[in-house]
Design a protein around this ligand. Structure first.
Ligand code: SF4
Length: 364
């Protein structure tokens, strides 16, 4: 699916005109539409969201509104897919701009993961029930389906520790994709040695670039994927922040590299980061390592605290940024005209096993 160009009747509007028209359409459409806004969306989108949250919370919010005919998901493609899997058939999930993907999710595709599984089987013998696949929710629906077919689970950055623990109790090894950093941080926190008990799987190399011995001795096989936003954070940035702001607390997302997580005071999911700031007393000073729209919003919402982003180059998620208010307006206009566009529909053959993996996550 490609994004059709939207006309200048949308792109030529001023910010104020766009805002007024979105508000007008929301009023006109009423309960027929629910707008979801991921925390990393810009403020001009978040102001129109009925719910804001991380990808998992938003998928659940969508499912809790079965009466809404349309879920307009202001996030990225894999999130809209998860919402479609978790919502009833009668509901349509819309992604306002089809170009809003996730570079991390794109680092593992169905062909590569199935090829890795085959190579692991050829190298290590019977692996069903011994290697448990765990996919981060930031992955395509067909990878969630793969995990459902092979007795694994989906995880979020919040429940990754539970998911990996569960996988290692059920089997002998975990194959974790697509984010190596979330996998490494989670496994290290569970006592698995990154040097001797983890292997990195490069999908462009035979055996992922490993020897059979390395794969045999590893408890965790981590896919070589990363988030382009969170991989930018460095230990030097943390040291500089500590010099500039004595008493600062460093709070980072587990998609950051392990050395950054180790140098931080606290690490956790987007919701965890928000809750830490919410619970902190006035006068607290935070250096945060996550997407800039969220950090800036936290700073605005908590003027009683000092909140700075660790990355001086302030890095937005470029794909999230593709949900411009003009696209939201266009999507609502199409719904109002009875011609909804950009409906995300996961095929039934993928939906069923993907739902198995998502339900497994809910049971963790
Ligand atoms: S912040 Fe990273 S993981 Fe999240 S959508 Fe953007 S590229 Fe993907």
């Amino acid at each position: 699916m490609f994004q059709e160009p939207i006309s200048s009747t949308y792109t030529d509007l001023t910010e104020e005109q766009t805002r007024d028209r979105i508000r007008g359409l929301k009023k006109e459409l009423g309960d027929k539409v629910v707008i979801l806004g991921h925390h990393y969306q810009r403020d001009e989108i978040i102001e129109h969201a009925d719910y804001r949250g991380d990808s998992y919370k938003l998928a659940k919010d969508a499912a809790s509104h079965p009466s809404a005919e349309f879920i307009v998901f202001c996030g990225v493609h894999f999130m809209a897919e998860s919402a479609d899997i978790l919502t009833p058939e009668t509901q349509k999930v819309i992604l306002p701009n089809l170009a809003a993907g996730c570079s991390m999710a794109d680092m593992a595709n169905n062909f590569q993961v199935r090829s890795a599984w085959k190579q692991l089987g050829e190298t290590l013998g019977a692996i069903e029930g011994k290697i448990i696949p765990v996919t981060y929710i930031n992955s395509a629906a067909n990878l969630k389906a793969f995990v459902g077919e092979h007795g694994g689970t989906v995880c979020t950055s919040t429940n990754a520790p539970k998911a990996v623990k569960w996988a290692l109790e059920k089997g002998e090894k975990v194959l974790f994709f697509p984010d190596q950093h979330l996998g490494r941080n989670t496994c290290a926190n569970l006592g698995i040695d990154p040097e001797t008990e983890m292997a990195l799987w490069d999908p462009f190399k035979p055996l992922g670039g490993n020897t059979p011995e390395k794969l045999a001795q590893s408890k965790a096989i981590l896919w070589k994927g990363h988030c382009s936003v969170h991989q930018r954070f460095t230990v030097d940035q943390i040291r500089k922040a500590r010099e500039e702001h004595p008493g600062i607390k460093i709070l980072v997302h587990p998609e950051c590299p392990i050395e950054v997580v180790r140098e931080s005071d606290l690490f956790g999911s987007t919701e965890y980061i928000i809750n830490q700031v919410k619970a902190a007393p006035a006068g607290s000073v935070w250096g945060i390592g996550t997407e800039i729209n969220l950090v800036s919003r936290l700073a605005k919402e908590h003027p009683e605290q000092t909140i700075v982003c660790l990355d001086p180059q302030i890095c937005p998620c470029s794909t999230m940024y593709r949900i411009h208010p003009s696209y939201l307006l266009w999507s609502l206009d199409r719904i109002a005209a009875g011609e909804p566009a950009n409906i995300i529909e996961v095929p039934q053959a993928i939906k069923e096993p993907a739902l198995v993996a998502l339900k497994q996550m809910l049971e963790l």
